[in-house]
Design a protein around this ligand. Structure first.
Ligand code: ADP
Length: 298
């Protein structure tokens, strides 16, 4: 569903339903042979992925990567074919969150093979750095080139969902992704309850509007605190910033996730929270959020 409540579930499926032969259409004015071939290659990869979701946040540290990992893991646990692409070129955290810091992509017949994590297909700039502490110092065009390669040179194969984790803000990476991928199903915006975070979430929503990307909804993360001893939920900061942002911006509110020490523990131990701690109220909150995305099974 998009923010107007319209069914968008087929928006990212090409007209022939995900046929690998589909093309990029006509050559654009001033497009060179090389550029056209590159665009066609990317388009034929993306045509094989039914739904593409991007996870955005206005600020860093609000739990965007955590939400991206858990959406992808939950969809995989539901039996879907899922890819997770990390385009946070300066601070990739997906390899750590999935315990894959030493993984290196191998060449496949038709590009680079994504790294498999319990059936989840994962790709991140973090897999390509010689040392995980290396800094990536790139300007816009180089970033766009890297993201284009992640989309077109990684052998994603046929997927039901591709979940894309992004850096905070509305910069080159988000813009490149939105321009390169036609038919993005929509964006999940992650924020924390505080007003200062909500202001940045509104910018992410306006970014989506400017680029005609449907906003699937807002997630308020770190909303209240779950006591590790008694399991009781108490207010930590003020609450309701995400809900209020959704109402003001007229986009769906997907739900709240509390601060839960087990979430941080799962991230640090390289296992998705939703698979490690499936029978907990926090996992139930995440599941309720994911169900609201209008997930298509099969
Ligand atoms: P971002 O992608 O927005 O920068 P991360 O997903 O990397 O944020 O999360 C930042 C840190 O906060 C990580 O250490 C993560 O484990 C922790 N974290 C995120 N959400 C929660 C939560 N609901 N409860 C406890 N810790 C959380």
């Amino acid at each position: 569903m998009n923010e107007k409540g319209e069914d968008q579930n087929n928006s990212s499926v090409c007209a022939d339903g995900g046929n690998s032969e589909c093309s990029a259409g006509a050559r654009r004015p001033n497009e060179s042979d090389e550029e056209f071939a590159r665009r066609e290659r990317l388009q034929s990869r993306m045509c094989r992925i039914k739904h593409k979701i991007v996870v955005l946040s206005g600020k860093g540290g609000v739990g965007k990567s955590t939400v991206a990992v858990n959406i992808a893991a939950a969809l995989r646990l539901a039996g879907l074919r899922v890819g997770l692409l990390d385009i946070d070129l300066h601070g990739p955290s997906i390899p750590t969150m999935l315990g894959m810091e030493d993984a290196r992509p191998q060449a496949a017949a038709d590009g680079f093979a994504p790294i498999d994590k319990d059936g989840l297909k994962v790709m991140s700039i973090g897999f390509l750095l010689a040392d995980k502490d290396d800094a990536v110092i790139w300007r816009g065009p180089r970033k766009m080139g890297a993201i284009q390669q992640f989309l077109s040179d990684v052998a994603w194969g046929d997927l039901d969902y591709l979940v894309v984790d992004t850096p905070p803000g509305t910069g080159d990476e988000q813009l490149s992704l939105c321009q390169l991928v036609e038919g993005l199903e929509g964006a999940v915006i992650v924020t924390t309850p505080q007003r200062v975070a909500s202001a940045d979430a509104r910018k992410s929503i306006n970014f989506c509007r400017a680029l005609n990307i449907p906003v699937l909804g807002v997630v308020e993360n770190m909303s209240g605190f779950v006591c590790p001893k008694c399991g009781e939920l108490s207010e930590l900061f003020c609450s309701g910033g995400g809900d209020e942002t959704s109402r003001k911006m007229k986009v769906p509110f997907l739900g709240k996730i509390p601060v839960d020490p087990q979430v941080a523990q799962a991230c640090d131990s390289g296992r998705p929270f939703i698979s490690e701690f499936a029978r907990t109220p926090t996992a139930d909150s995440m599941t309720a959020i994911i169900q609201q995305l209008g997930v298509q099974y099969g």
